[in-house]
Unconditional design. Sequence first.
Length: 177
Amino acid sequence: MHDARSPDPVSDPKAYQDLLVGLVGADDPAEVQSATPQQVRHLVAGAGSDLDRRPQPAEWSALECVAHMVDSELVASGRYRWILAHDEPDLLSYDQDLWVDRLHHPPEPVDELLAVFVPLRQGNLALWRRTPVARRERIGMHRERGPESYRLTFTLMAGHDRFHLEQARRALAALRA
């Protein structure tokens, strides 16, 4: 679900990009992304039944946040490869709420989500590391946000990790309050 703390990525794409890039700051986006699987494991450890409970009907549960991160990693995997292999390819958008509602209900165990997320992330990090710096500036045409380089797309994913990890933390904290 669109978090009120985030600009709408469709109606205000520049503000959305700025938010995610700002969450990365001067940090190396590859290091941010490398740390995410362990942060997810730490987040879900001991969450028990709170993991798949929504703090409010219109808010995602912590587990839905993790499921969305898996979906996003899958989409990013394709986007990275389209950008690097094709000349200014069309980058499809997707409805994150539909994906969560239709692909993750009933919710799957977090171990199953991580079994998909971790190898995708490792493969995407390996692709980043072996891509020459100059090729990271190749452009794809995002249908909602316009031109995005591989570098920007990769950095957005690092900020996306931080954003949704924090959203999941808030969901769990709200249930414990």
